[in-house]
Structures are given as structure tokens and as C-alpha cells.
Write a protein that binds this ligand. Structure first.
Ligand code: BF8
Length: 656
């Protein structure tokens, strides 16, 4: 029977651009995916390529149960079992994901120190309150010292977290006490960020750690070093340098590109360059220069997580998520695609050959053959950014005839940092999570879900995110989002307050309407998943919902994941006590023992566990079931049954 053709995207702008790419002869990811099929053995984690005696491919017997003898024989050349191979591959994914976020965190910390020392003109410390709070958290003296003096101590203390060899990461102390005890008991409290990544790589080298449980222990430790280390450091310092996000309105989708302006997309992850481009692209001198080339102005838009960073802090519009990156070039209206690190497809340079777009790499760690390299230097940020904007403007007259910008763009509200949620819920003078906890306890809000992660071309673009999130909010689950997942839901209009009345269950809608928030909150980029850890901790600390993150009626998901960073994120959520379900594919299916260990035994150890379910509606119901299980354990399941929304309750809500 012929394979059923997968719908490529639920997003009309994406569909139109895929068709245009085909007409223009540009090969994009959607087409490449048709010719390059995933290796089924590698996909389930059963291909070992860590030494030159292999690669050893150990497929599961198809269509029948594996016999004990067959299992004994299913070994690599060195004797490695399918369990060891699956766990090794999984741990390496965590190490790579943790390394990516943490190296991001390191560069941010170095930039922070440069700013504090006055060596990075053009930047400044924007959020003094958060700076002082962080100093208090880290036990750094405030006294009558200047912000820069305090910031130098903070920067040096946090930079030390990367290379630290013993003890525990400082931010672990932010977690609920019970969680810290679990980490110590299980032996997974990270010592230093780099140390855990390096040890994970060492242990997965040929002939080192060959006990899958012990391998996954190190995987958990490296992942926690990401969530409660590298990522959390990145989020905190970015907020201090560039401002803690507050609610901001903007628009999303390829329709934000402008036909008569110089279009520049900033794509990647670290916000230092994007922050400067946001300023420089509004510079009068630059705008005049653009006009001299026949454009009406300069239009900066974002893509992937950099987009989230500059959206959250400046309201810069988003052109699209991961699978739309090449399609932005296909519009024929993009003068420059400026990239730094992570999630940047090499195909960009190839697609750009069909159009006039300049692909500009800016980071010494990430170059692409065929792209123009213009190094961004934080010490000379204004000039570096101006040179990039000027290169884009110079490219405007080179536009060809094949310009078509799809119409689609959607309004959204973003900017929901932990601090903002605290303030919105509790008010300036009594900022707290109390109203959220109360509404969970009384059942108007059933629970909270973090839905995050990528697009994956092996599943219909955006479909998993949108269907899952709609199902969750319909069932009164408040949804927190980051990354490309947030963009998928923003594109269909779930991130405006009016979405509550249209899509949310009655309980959730009533709370959203009273507070004036959308039922789906945008918390930022992927490093900002650390905001979700802090939000969960704040819920525990506010009381009434148990004494650990694993007691909360919460769940996590990445329905369209593709990146190793997503595996690291999932592992640190699980290791922090959160039930987490992934879609599309699962990378340990080649070993039942390893999969059972992650899906079942982990719950005993960490209170959180993994699950895999490609159907987003079924996955949403697994999350709801878990939330209900936690409500029952807390003794608040009855409250939900009694919820009837009479006028008195609505008035009470209005007073929140
Ligand atoms: O860090 S969600 S595709 S852009 S990995 Fe990449 Fe995935 Fe998007 Fe951001 Ni996160």
C-alpha cells in the first residue's frame, strides 16, 4: 500500500512558500525530507558509531517479540548491549544539548562582565532590581557599591560555575528543599557545568561506562547543569543586561516582512547582537541610508529563539519558527539573514543562491560555506551591528523580480517572565503566585503545562503544538510556552487575551478574563525554560500544593522536538520532578529496558518521568491524567467537581 502523504504544514504562509520554492527551483527542508529518509535503526538509538570497529547497527526484530537468546546475541563488536548503546546515545544527546545552552550562558556571562567593566560600550545594566536580587541570592555584598562593582562580582561568581570541579551549582539552592534532597540522594546534583558535560562525553567513550543506569545518572546530572546552571545563568544575566520582559504586543509570521523596506532577519539564539541590531536599525543615519537606496525604511524581524529574545524585550516581530527559516528567503524580499549559533540550517546558503539574500554569519563558532562572515564583537557592538545593517541596505537594490510576501501575520502578546506573572497575578505590592495556587486549589485552573520545543519536518509543521495546546486549555490547563512551540501557537491566535473566551474551558477562561492574560503565556526562548523551573518552584513555595515540584499538578511536552537541546531540557524537567511527553519519535525505543527505565523507574527516583506519544491529543490527555493524579494526591480533586460559575464567583474573580 502506498504510504499516506504527510501534510507539510497547517500554516498557510508556509504552504504558499513551499509552493513558491518549488516554482523558483529552490530546494528547502520540506523537499529534502522527501528524499532523505531517517534511518530506522539510528532513530531508535540502536546504532553505535563511537569507535571504528563499527558502526554497529543492532535492529530490533521486526514484527515479533525479542527472545532472551536473541537479546543476548544483539551486541556490538565490542560486546556492548542494545541497552548500553541506547543509553550512551541518549546521554550524548543530553551532553550536546546541555553544552549548547551552557556555551550560550558562558558567552552571555562574559559579555555581562565586559559590560560591568565598561569594556562593551553601547550596552548597560538595565534591570537594577534583578541585579540586586541576584546579588542577594548569591550572597554578594551590596552595601553602597555601584551596580557595576556588584555586577563584576556576580559575573565572576557565575563564570566560575562553568569550570567548578566540586561542590554543587549555586542555583540548586533555588529549588524546593525536598528537590535538593532528592538530587543529593540520587547522586545527580551537578558540581560544575562543564565538568558534567565532559564527564558525560568521557563516560560514553568506547569502553568506559557500560551500565545504562549509571550512564543515565550522568545524563541527568548534565541536564540539571543545563536547566539549573547554564540556561538559568543565561536567562538571569540577559534580563539584567537587556531588561526583564514585561507584556508587549507584536505580530508573527512571514507577513511581517515589508515589500518596500530593507528586510533583515536575525536568527539564532544569543541576544547580544540582536539587541544591538534592534537599536541600530532604528538609527536615523541608517534609515536615511536605506532611503538613499530606494527603500522606505529598515524592517528587523526575528526567527527562532533570537526572535523570542527581541520579541520579549522590544516587541520586534517574528517572521517564523524553525521550519520557516529558508522560506523567509523564498519570499525574495529578504536582504539579509543574520545568524549566530544553533538551529541554523546549512540549507540557508543554498536557498539564498536562488535569490539575492545575503546569509551573514557573525559568530566565530558557527560559519557556513557560501555565507558572508561578518564577525560580531561585543566590545565594538555598535560599529559591528552598523556594518551588518549597512551590508543589508546595500543589498536592497539587488532584489530580483520573484518577490512574494504572504499576507499572514497574527497579533500576539508576549513578555511573560516569572517576575511579570508574579506581578500580574498578585499586583505590585503583593506580588505572588497565591492567586494562581488558589485557582488551582479551587479547581478553576486544573493545572499548568509547559509546552515547548522545536518543529520537526517528520511531522506536520505546527500541528502537534497547536492541537495539543488547544486541547489543554479547553480542559482548563494553563499553558506556558517557549521556543518554536510558542511561535506555532501565536500564529493561530492563542496568545491574545481574547483567545481565552474562544478556546479555554470555562474555569481557565474566567481566570484569564479577570486577570487580562491569554490562556497561553509566552515565556521566551529555549534557555528561558529555566523560567518555568522558577515558576514551578514559586508555586511550591507559595504553599497549598505540596512541598516539591513533583507534587504540583503540572506536566511538560515537546510535541515536535528535533534538537538535542530538547532532550536535555526534557531530562532536566524530568529530573526536577515533571512528567514530560515527547512526540514524533523516541530515541531509545531500540532498548525496552532503557525505555522502561526512563518512562517508569524514573518516577520512583525523581517523581518525574518521560513518555512518548506522537498523537498530540492523546499526549495532551496523558498530561491531563497526570495532572488529575497529582490533584487527587493533594486532595484537591473534589474541589474541581464542585466548580459552578455563579455570579458571586465571577465577582470574586474580578477582584483578583
Ligand atoms: O532553542 S525550539 S528548533 S530555535 S532547539 Fe531550535 Fe528547537 Fe526552535 Fe531555539 Ni529550542
Amino acid at each position: 500500500m502506498a504510504e499516506k502523504e504527510q501534510i507539510k504544514s497547517i500554516d498557510q504562509a508556509t504552504v504558499e512558500m513551499i509552493e513558491k520554492a518549488a516554482r523558483d527551483g529552490a530546494r528547502v527542508v520540506f523537499e529534502r525530507a522527501e528524499t532523505v529518509k531517517p534511518c530506522p535503526i539510528g532513530a531508535e538509538g540502536s546504532c553505535c558509531s563511537i569507535c571504528a570497529m563499527g558502526p554497529c547497527r543492532l535492529p530490533l526484530p521486526r514484527g515479533k517479540e525479542e527472545t532472551p537468546e536473541g537479546k543476548q546475541k544483539r551486541r556490538g563488536v565490542c560486546g556492548a548491549t542494545a541497552e548500553t548503546i541506547a543509553a550512551r546515545n541518549f546521554t550524548r544527546k543530553i551532553a550536546a544539548g546541555a553544552a549548547a545552552h551552557s556555551d550560550h550562558g558562558r558567552r552571555v556571562t562574559q559579555a555581562f562582565l565586559d559590560i560591568a567593566k565598561g569594556e562593551a560600550p553601547g550596552y548597560e545594566i538595565k534591570d537594577e532590581q534583578k541585579l540586586l536580587q541576584l546579588a542577594l541570592d548569591l550572597g554578594i555584598e551590596i552595601g553602597d557599591r555601584s551596580n557595576n562593582e556588584i555586577a563584576i562580582d556576580i559575573g565572576e561568581t557565575l563564570l566560575n560555575e562553568f569550570g567548578k570541579q566540586k561542590g554543587e551549582l549555586l542555583f540548586l539552592k533555588r529549588a524546593p528543599l525536598k528537590r535538593q534532597e532528592i538530587w543529593r540522594k540520587e547522586g545527580v546534583a551537578p558540581r560544575g557545568i562543564d565538568r558534567e558535560v565532559v564527564e558525560a562525553m568521557h563516560r560514553t567513550h568506547m569502553g568506559v561506562d557500560q551500565d545504562y543506569r549509571n550512564l543515565l545518572l550522568q545524563g541527568t546530572r548534565a541536564a540539571l547543569a543545563d536547566g539549573w546552571g547554564g540556561s538559568m545563568i543565561a536567562t538571569d544575566l540577559q534580563d539584567i543586561m537587556f531588561g526583564t520582559p514585561a507584556p508587549v504586543a507584536s505580530q508573527i509570521n512571514l507577513g511581517v516582512l515589508q515589500e518596500d523596506e530593507v528586510n533583515i532577519i536575525i536568527h539564532g539564539h544569543e541576544p547580544q547582537l540582536a539587541e544591538m541590531l534592534a537599536i541600530v536599525s532604528q538609527d536615523r543615519e541608517m534609515i536615511e541610508y536605506a532611503k538613499s537606496k530606494g527603500a522606505k525604511g529598515i524592517n528587523l524581524a526575528g526567527m527562532c529563539c533570537t526572535a523570542n529574545e527581541v520579541l520579549m524585550r522590544h516587541g520586534v516581530p517574528i517572521a517564523g519558527n524553525f521550519l520557516q527559516q529558508e522560506l523567509a528567503i523564498v519570499t525574495g524580499a529578504l536582504e539579509a539573514m543574520v545568524v549566530d549559533v544553533q538551529c541554523i540550517m546549512q540549507g540557508l546558503a543554498n536557498v539564498a543562491q536562488c535569490y539575492h539574500t545575503k546569509v551573514i554569519t557573525t559568530d566565530t563558532r558557527a560559519k557556513i560555506e557560501g555565507a558572508t562572515h561578518m564577525e560580531f564583537d561585543e566590545h565594538n557592538a555598535v560599529e559591528s551591528a552598523k556594518a551588518i545593517v549597512k551590508a543589508a541596505i546595500d543589498n536592497f537594490p539587488n532584489r530580483k523580480k520573484n518577490v512574494y510576501i504572504p499576507q499572514q501575520k497574527t497579533d500576539l502578546i508576549a513578555g511573560f517572565s516569572h517576575e511579570t506573572i508574579n506581578y500580574l497575578l498578585g499586583g505590585l505590592f503583593r506580588a505572588s503566585y497565591r492567586p494562581l495556587n488558589d485557582n488551582i486549589i479551587n479547581g478553576r485552573i486544573r493545572g499548568v503545562a509547559g509546552v515547548v520545543g522545536c518543529n520537526n519536518v517528520r511531522a506536520t509543521h505546527d500541528d502537534g503544538h497547536v492541537r495539543m495546546v488547544k486541547e489543554l486549555i479547553k480542559n482548563d490547563v494553563l499553558v506556558l510556552q517557549t521556543g518554536c512551540s510558542a511561535m506555532a501557537c501565536a500564529k493561530v491566535g492563542l496568545m491574545v487575551p481574547e483567545a481565552a473566551a474562544e478556546y479555554a474551558g470555562e474555569g481557565l477562561a474566567s481566570v484569564c478574563e479577570a486577570v487580562g492574560i491569554p490562556p497561553v503565556l509566552h515565556l521566551g526562548a529555549c534557555v528561558d525554560n529555566s523560567r518555568i523551573l522558577i515558576a514551578a518552584t514559586a508555586m511550591v513555595k507559595d504553599g497549598g500544593l505540596g512541598d516539591d515540584i513533583s507534587d504540583l499538578p503540572v506536566a511538560g511536552a515537546a510535541p515536535e522536538w528535533m534538537s538535542e537541546k530538547a532532550i536535555s531540557i526534557g531530562q532536566y524537567f524530568v529530573g526536577s520532578g515533571v512528567f514530560t511527553v515527547f512526540g514524533v519519535t523516541w530515541p531509545t525505543l531500540g532498548s525496552k529496558e532503557v525505555t522502561d527505565y526512563l518512562f517508569k523507574d524514573f518516577e520512583e527516583m525523581y517523581g518525574g518521568m518521560w513518555a512518548f506519544e506522537p498523537d498530540p491529543i492523546k499526549a495532551a490527555h496523558m498530561m491531563i491524567e497526570h495532572i488529575d493524579k497529582k490533584r487527587k494526591a493533594l486532595g484537591i480533586d473534589k474541589a474541581r467537581e464542585r466548580v459552578l460559575y455563579d455570579m458571586a464567583m465571577r465577582r470574586e474573580l474580578d477582584a483578583v
